[in-house]
Design a protein around this ligand. Structure first.
Ligand SMILES: Nc1ncnc2c1ncn2[C@@H]1O[C@H](COP(=O)(O)OS(=O)(=O)O)[C@@H](OP(=O)(O)O)[C@H]1O
Length: 456
């Protein structure tokens, strides 16, 4: 993306009187928030968000907390998160975004005081259909169902579901579980449901909604004072149309009843998303979404020569760094390939951007761990002997390395006409199953927003 794109975005949005921009007449000078904890929930477009955050971290030389190898590429999900799951070479972190089961106290210990907490939810019907298809070979509750029939499962879920067995969190109230809640709390326990919802509301400054991904990104950009280029993305981790099934009449309501805690969360935060958007102003939001989509198209054209990169099944993707993990033979996750002839005229930085945009979660996590370990070791060698190494200090005393980033002085590199191969060499085999401070306060919500094997 080129500087001009950013400029026209800010000018156009400014003329529309977007509240956050109006209150900051020189948005280009406002420092970006760089300390972000994104709770990566399951089957909610969270891999797309994670990729966006990984790229943001790399561009700004930030540190991303990554799992220790024993945890695979997730923080030992479904175990409750602890800072022991974080690789020491990725401390102290600015950003955390890999799958985990949320544990507020541990994150407060790990992350800087001014960390912004964000998560994403998806409409329960389509989310459960996605979970049911993706985890049908792993989750016993789903495996028991004759002919893998979603209808049969929903007809009598208690016949197939065992609350305490391995992977049961994919079969009921997965969002509630990921957020650290009790997925099996009876529907009648309204007091619990209300208190849980209130807690989520208190902790998370933004709860994105997958169905309104672009609108959610507009809110995110305002909340964090980020630029347009910071929210560009390519959709990742999609199933092929043939792996999806449409829900027959009556199923959505059964799914909501079975996942009543999740349904409650979704309804609440969907409504609050729209309240936030209306505070920002519908015209402003519509224009920002349009600008985002136009910028995406420009980026797609320059990286991939078309409106979208070439969508491929894993077997068709030549570069193994770009092959997404496949949960089973029964469901196809599509990925992308880089066009072979796009390397000419591209700077290596531009090639890297195009590659990273479409790099699947498992491979990107490995690449990032490698580069951060390298940086860590270099830093360690350069440190005078008397200086205490951060890991020798209790975690609570470690200060963030990059509290905030000033907007880039130089224009971002335009991805000119990319190579079909990356410099990385990672395998696509699925990693092994999840085995198995600092005193911080949650920052107040930003006033700007008034307005995992473990499976993959
Ligand atoms: N930008 C955007 N907007 C809306 N939906 C999107 C987006 N990006 C990805 N997706 C869809 O999200 C599903 C994958 O979610 P996750 O990446 O969270 O899955 S995972 O738990 O990490 O495996 C997967 O849904 P299904 O295809 O229904 O399985 C993706 O198609």
């Amino acid at each position: 993306l080129h500087h001009g794109g950013h400029l026209s975005w800010t000018i156009e949005a400014f003329h529309l009187g977007c509240p956050a921009l109006r209150s900051h007449p020189a948005p280009g000078l406002k420092p970006k928030h760089t300390n972000v904890a994104f709770l990566k929930t399951h089957k909610t477009a969270s891999t797309t968000m994670q990729n966006l955050l990984f790229r943001f971290a790399e561009r700004n030389n930030l540190t991303v907390a990554l799992p220790v190898q024993a945890c695979s590429h997730q923080f030992c999900y479904p175990r409750s998160f602890t800072s022991h799951f974080v690789h020491p070479h990725t401390l102290p972190p600015n950003i955390i975004t890999s799958h985990m089961r949320f544990n507020k106290a541990e994150l407060l210990r790990l992350m800087p005081n001014d960390t912004t907490y964000i998560t994403i939810l998806r409409e329960p019907g389509s989310m459960f259909e996605s979970l049911f298809s993706y985890y049908n070979q792993y989750c016993q509750s789903f495996k028991r169902v004759p002919n893998g029939s979603l209808e049969a499962f929903l007809q009598e879920p208690w016949h197939y579901y065992r609350p305490d067995e391995k992977d049961s969190m994919y079969a009921r109230n997965t969002l509630t579980f990921d957020l650290g809640g009790d997925k099996d709390r009876p529907v009648t326990d309204v007091v619990y449901a209300r208190a849980f919802l209130a807690e989520v509301e208190r902790v998370f400054s933004l709860v994105m909604i997958a169905e309104y991904f672009d609108e959610s990104l507009v809110l995110l950009r305002h909340l964090l004072s980020w630029d347009l280029e910071d929210i560009l993305y390519v959709k990742l981790n999609m199933r092929t149309p043939s792996s999806k099934r449409s829900l027959t009449p009556g199923l959505p309501s059964k799914i909501r009843a079975w996942n009543s805690l999740d349904a409650r969360l979704y309804d609440h935060f969907n409504a609050s998303l729209w309240r936030q958007l209306s505070t920002l102003g519908p015209a402003c939001v519509a224009r920002e979404v349009r600008l985002l989509r136009r910028a995406q198209e420009r980026l797609m054209r320059s990286c991939f020569g078309g409106r979208m990169p070439l969508l491929r099944s894993a077997a068709q993707i030549k570069n193994k760094d770009l092959r997404p993990w496949q949960p089973s033979g029964k469901v196809d996750i599509v990925g992308y390939d880089l066009p072979v002839n796009l390397s000419r005229g591209f700077s290596s930085q531009a090639q890297e951007l195009c590659l990273k945009l479409i790099m699947p979660e498992v491979q990107y996590t490995r690449v990032l761990l490698r580069s951060q370990s390298l940086r860590y070791r270099r830093g360690y060698q350069l440190r005078p002997p008397q200086q205490t190494h951060p890991l020798q200090q209790p975690i609570r005393t470690v200060l963030p390395r990059h509290p905030q980033v000033q907007r880039s002085q130089s224009p971002p590199v335009a991805p000119g006409p990319a190579s079909g191969t990356g410099s990385t060499s990672t395998s696509t085999s699925k990693p092994a199953a999840g085995t198995q401070g600092r005193t911080t306060k949650l920052r107040p919500k930003s006033s700007q927003t008034q307005g995992s094997q473990t499976k993959k």
